[in-house]
Ligand binder design. Structure first.
Ligand code: PMP
Length: 396
């Protein structure tokens, strides 16, 4: 017999979410997550994936994954510290350090996991964390797990950050103080003000932590936001994911050798959760090699991003203040946003509505993620559909 308290909790809350248009319906894909996807037998132009460079379906990565399966099997068989570290894991970590211009790197099973792992391995209840108010959920959860005092600063507001850093330092309450920010904010596409953050960090002796899930493969000719600003030796923790531009799955921290050595003995998902599979590791390594060999995919991504942004803005959509290929169309009302996304879908564009609690209430948006794999024809077709639906619904 199931709990009646649980039953009524779920019923009331699920109904409320559905009434408010906040219930997320999941549509399974019937093929790869490329520029065109198939859902319920229908082909759609895909503007919702994080597969920024199109590498998730690249044949070189598939080949690397197949070879790794042939050589090592499908599972790593244990956690990293028992005997789940394959030579492949070490090779990937060396490659990641090279890619990020750091002394060393450590890989985790996901980007989410990585934030849960890394923050709590270093910070504790005697410390404080200055966290941008728009930081990703995994950063927020990682901060909570550490038990450090969380001090939120206004989004990319350097005066606010400085004031809070000063206050925290002068209070004398904390052993260590860390500042954490996304490199690129995925809901708006804006870039963290890292040069100013580094200055403030130097002034108040803060540990610096940048989650570059959306900047890696995109900024700094692919090497990421930290490299984009030439700050590779100034950021203590460079976090990345292998699931977005890299096209596979997994997460990593790149930094000084001592830091990585510490994470290898103290970060719990490394110690207590089975390692990344051979196929994931081999494909990720191949992906990074491709990124380091040529910036062609990166250039194509930016070309597509500039084009889509220019055209949607020209049509009269509010595309916010994105500085990267991420192109939100901010609608506002949650219900209207869901409806707008649904109409786009009916016309042949898959652009998912992003609403509260992923973004603040009243700032619902349809977020577009052009990739290097989109052709100009695909983008033109999507833009024409945006125009039709935008006019029909009075959004433009
Ligand atoms: N950090 C940020 C900033 C992200 O956007 C995401 C993905 N949504 C993650 C971490 C989590 O990465 P992963 O999907 O690899 O778990």
């Amino acid at each position: 017999m199931s709990s009646t308290i649980l039953e009524s909790f779920l019923k009331v809350n699920l109904e409320e979410l559905k009434e408010k248009g906040l219930y997320n319906v999941i549509d399974p894909l019937e093929g790869p997550n490329g520029p065109i996807i198939r859902i319920n037998g229908k082909e759609l132009i895909n503007l919702s994936s994080n597969n920024y460079l199109g590498l998730a379906t690249d044949k070189r990565l598939k080949e690397a994954a197949r070879d790794a399966i042939d050589k090592y099997g499908v599972g790593a068989g244990a956690v990293r510290t028992i005997n789940g570290t394959l030579k492949l894991h070490d090779e990937l970590e060396k490659k990641l350090a090279e890619f990020k211009h750091t002394e060393a790197a450590i890989a985790y099973q996901s980007g989410f996991n990585c934030n849960m792992a890394a923050i709590s391995a270093v910070m504790d209840g005697n410390d404080a964390i200055l966290s941008d108010e728009l930081n990703h959920a995994s950063i927020i959860d990682g901060c909570r797990l550490s038990k450090a005092k969380i001090i939120r600063f206004k989004h990319s507001d350097m005066e606010d950050l400085r004031a809070r850093a000063q206050e925290a330092k002068e209070s004398g309450l904390y052993n260590k103080i860390m500042v954490i920010t996304d490199g690129v904010f995925s809901m708006d596409g804006d870039i963290a003000r890292l040069p100013e953050i580094v200055k403030i960090a130097e002034e108040f002796d803060l540990i610096t932590y940048v989650d570059d899930a959306h900047g890696s493969g995109v900024l700094g000719e692919g090497a990421g936001t930290v490299k984009h600003f030439g700050l590779s030796d100034k950021i203590d923790f460079q976090i990345g994911t292998l699931s977005k531009a890299i096209g596979v799955v997994g997460g990593y921290v790149a930094g000084k050798k001592n830091l990585i050595d510490w994470l290898k003995v103290r970060s719990r998902p490394f110690l207590f959760s089975t390692s990344l599979t051979p196929a994931d590791v081999a494909a990720s390594k191949r992906s990074i090699e491709i990124l380091m060999e040529s910036s062609d995919l990166n250039k194509k991504l930016w070309e597509n991003g500039h084009y889509l942004k220019k055209e949607l803005k020209h049509l009269g959509f509010n595309i916010g203040h994105s500085e990267t290929p991420i192109t939100p169309c901010i609608i506002g009302d949650e219900g209207l946003t869901q409806q707008f996304s649904k109409r786009l879908n009916e016309e042949g564009v898959y652009a998912k509505a992003i609403v509260f609690p992923t973004v603040p209430q009243g700032t619902g948006r349809v977020r577009n993620m052009p990739t290097a794999a989109h052709t100009k024809e695909m983008l033109d077709q999507a833009i024409a559909i945006y125009k039709k639906v935008g006019k029909e619904m009075g959004v433009i």
